[in-house]
Design a protein around this ligand. Structure first.
Ligand code: IDC
Length: 320
């Protein structure tokens, strides 16, 4: 059995408090059957910003922000000039796998949950790299089967006309059993159409497995009440939703921070016991990066190392 820390700084860790999670009805619940809401941080592209995924750095961020979960964005394809998992060479794959396994081990030491995200981007359909996704999840789920703090996300944001719910559904019907073979009951989160916005459509035909959740993504300066209405419709049908990625700015990850709309979203999520993860851990010169472009540190962060987005997190997450 993997050792997952139950205490940190003389306090119970998120894992110490909740242990292994499962899904009951539309809710994420803990071992005792109590509803759980996880608050977390997402990496940027693991290929672009591996330096921020070191143990000390993640520990410092967890200590500063009290995150319950960290998301590892494993880009399937190349982006921003960096190879993805599916189109890089063998050595690059091994590097990414090692980075991921080390990251999950760090989360275990800190007693937080780890979300493994197969991050499809502008590929329109998860089918584009289905075979590589299957190979990836087969390998990783075998290696991580004893890590009860792990959650899987099998396709970040299906998008475009070639990725309606039926196509995502078929993809999920192939990928989920591969994980289940190694790991019968870990939570698996499935992307929804329209860059993971059309949860109301997924709610009409949910997948026939236990412990499945569905992805909702929003960028507060772009997606507002209309998207919350889609979420409401899905919730009414009993769909378990997880916001595995959101931004406080526009859908390009840039532009102004929309403080009020971000808070309205967090209030909505809290009212509905929906977990949320903010995008992104990097010092890229973009609004959604939580570190300032001038930040040279990769751990031991000082207040000035954070961008306006990073400085807003505590207040935002505490929204009532
Ligand atoms: C963005 C990054 C940006 C990068 C781009 C392409 O912030 O630096 O150049 O991806 O790799 C998403 C995606 C997420 C996007 C983010 C902001 O899941 O990968 O990151 N976003 O555009 N969906 C909606 C917004």
């Amino acid at each position: 059995m993997a050792t997952i820390a139950k205490m940190r700084n003389e306090k119970l860790t998120p894992f110490g408090l909740h242990d292994k999670l499962h899904v009951e009805g539309k809710n994420l619940v803990d071992k005792k059957g109590k509803k759980v809401l996880l608050k977390g941080l997402s990496s940027h592209n693991m290929s672009s910003f591996p330096k921020f995924l070191n143990e000390e750095g993640i520990r410092d961020l967890v200590n500063i922000f009290d995150f319950d979960i960290f998301r590892f964005a494993m880009y399937s394809a190349s982006a921003d000039g960096d190879f993805g998992y599916a189109d890089g060479n063998y050595d690059h794959k091994v590097e990414l796998e090692n980075l991921l396994l080390k990251g999950v081990e760090t989360c275990a030491k800190l007693g937080i949950y780890a979300l493994i995200d197969w991050h499809i981007l502008l590929e329109e359909t998860p089918m584009a790299h289905k075979d590589e996704a299957i190979a990836f999840f087969k390998k990783i789920s075998a290696q991580l089967k004893d890590y009860d703090n792990v959650i899987y996300e099998i396709c970040n944001e299906p998008n475009g006309p070639k990725a309606p719910w039926d196509v995502i559904y078929d993809y999920a019907m192939e990928v989920i059993p591969v994980i289940r073979e190694n790991d019968p009951d870990k939570i698996i989160i499935v992307g929804t159409p329209m860059w993971s916005q059309d949860v109301h459509i997924a709610a009409e035909k949910p997948l026939p497995f236990e412990n499945i959740m569905y992805t909702l993504h929003f960028y507060a300066d772009t997606h507002k009440e209309e998207l919350r209405d889609k979420a409401r419709a899905a919730i009414e049908k009993g769909l378990p939703i997880f916001v595995t990625e959101f931004g406080v700015c526009n859908a390009q990850g840039n532009g102004d921070i929309n403080v009020e709309e971000s808070k309205t979203w967090i209030r909505f999520l809290k009212e509905n016991d929906i977990s949320f993860i903010i995008w992104n851990l990097s010092n890229k010169d973009e609004t959604s990066a939580i570190l300032s472009p001038d930040c040279r540190a990769t751990y031991g962060y000082k207040p000035d190392d954070f961008s306006p987005c990073g400085k807003f997190i505590k207040e935002l997450f505490a929204t009532k």
